[in-house]
Design a protein around this ligand. Structure first.
Ligand code: SF4
Length: 397
């Protein structure tokens, strides 16, 4: 059974209702178990469980230390391109947004990567908008092959592909694939994705399975919190992770917890998830999945990130730029302006206003602006070891 079929047969709204109605007895019963079901997870994200957040945090902290040690792995996103053929209402790179775009050449990608390498990173996430003309399979393969000799850990966050298209990327040296469903609510998904291949909900939902078949051995998933109700999304993410752990058992699974950030287009979140909700969610994921990596990006402010380190987070980005060329200015001379998917020449005064430090438009604003060195120092101060290389890669078969 595919995950699409499994999700279709799951009564998520009823699980959300049971979560909202759960009392402290149900929460305590779930907390007492060593193996949790989806219903237990629903109890752990309930308003009633929020009253037991201190206890959940303690458990989550102990479990994370037991399974992962006192280690936080660091990675950096490297944006290859912000060209995109999709319109996703919440994203700065949406096709119709009038923004500055560029796709880096392979040598420019190397320049960006070396700047990250000089800061200590050995684990890189290549990110790109979905645009088969600019971000083709061959282009991605060439980028990976060029990076591979210097980068022990390469993951991708790019438009979903067929299994046969993924295989050459695995052969070239990519080992991880990250794909967020954004929202698991079909109605909201349809409203948010108004043009482009991303409109196909099921195709996106099956991406992790195709990636696994192609040989990826790290699968990253998540929802973008701020679209549908956070408990609904969290239950679907938990169901998805559970499915992958059962069916793609050779892969390690990570769950990210991105919340919407300001971006071009100025989309406003449809729903709220507070810092306290997010903390509860981190603990609930940890208690449900003791061995799954939990990822927190620079979307979140420094203070919250620091506070979540001891509670269950195992992977963090640091010093991130969310535009291609953001680390070195690579590709600056090719930047162009597009409106509704077409290149539109800007006048001399508009280029002059952009100034000599012109850069492509970022996907979203980051909240934690500390340098990787500062983040690493903070991690040490909290008694953890910042790890730049993903050692699992050496242990993989
Ligand atoms: S979320 Fe991804 S697919 Fe959608 S517009 Fe942004 S880059 Fe393109």
């Amino acid at each position: 059974m595919t995950f699409v079929a499994e999700l279709n047969s799951l009564a998520v709204p009823s699980l959300v209702r049971r979560s909202l109605a759960a009392g402290s007895a149900a929460v305590n019963e779930s907390l007492a178990k060593s193996r949790l079901t989806l219903m237990d997870f629903a109890h752990l994200i309930s308003p009633a469980a929020a009253e037991s957040l201190e206890m959940m945090s303690r458990r989550s902290h102990q479990l994370t230390q037991q399974r992962f040690g006192k280690v936080i792995r660091l990675f950096a996103p490297l944006y290859l391109s912000n060209e995109c053929i999709n319109n996703c209402q919440y994203c700065g790179f949406s096709r119709d947004n009038p923004i500055l775009r560029v796709t880096l050449a392979v040598d420019e990608v190397l320049r960006e990567a070396r700047a990250l390498g000089n800061q200590g990173f050995r684990n890189i996430l290549l990110v790109a908008g979905e645009h088969p003309k600019f971000v083709s399979g061959n282009y991605l393969r060439d980028c990976i092959a060029a990076l591979r000799p210097e980068w022990p850990g390469i993951s991708l966050e790019v438009g979903p592909m067929e299994t046969t298209e993924y295989r050459p990327l695995v052969e070239a040296g990519a080992e991880g694939l990250v794909v967020y469903q954004e929202t698991y609510d079909r109605g909201i998904y349809a409203d948010m994705h108004t043009a482009g291949p991303k409109r196909d909900f099921d195709w996106r939902l099956e991406t992790a399975e195709r990636a696994y078949t192609a040989g990826f051995r790290r699968l990253g998933l998540g929802a973008l919190y701020g679209l549908a109700d956070w408990r609904y999304e969290a239950l679907c993410v938990a169901a998805h992770a559970d499915y992958l752990l059962r069916n793609c058992w050779k892969a390690s699974v990570t769950i990210s917890l991105p919340r919407l950030r300001p971006c071009a287009g100025e989309f406003q979140p449809l729903t709220q998830i507070t810092d306290r909700d997010l903390t509860q969610l981190v603990c609930a994921f940890r208690l449900m999945f003791p061995d799954v990596g939990l990822v927190l990006s620079t979307r979140e402010p420094a203070k919250l990130r620091d506070g979540l380190i001891p509670l269950g987070i195992t992977l963090m980005s640091a010093g991130s730029h969310t535009e291609p060329g953001g680390y070195t200015g690579a590709g600056r001379e090719k930047i162009h302006h597009t409106e509704r998917g077409r290149i539109v020449e800007l006048g001399a005064s508009e280029w002059a206003a952009a100034g000599p430090d012109i850069h492509a438009t970022q996907q979203f604003e980051i909240a934690d602006e500390r340098s990787p060195k500062e983040v690493a120092e903070l991690i040490r101060k909290l008694g953890y070891e910042p790890v730049w290389k993903d050692w699992d890669a050496a242990l993989m078969v």
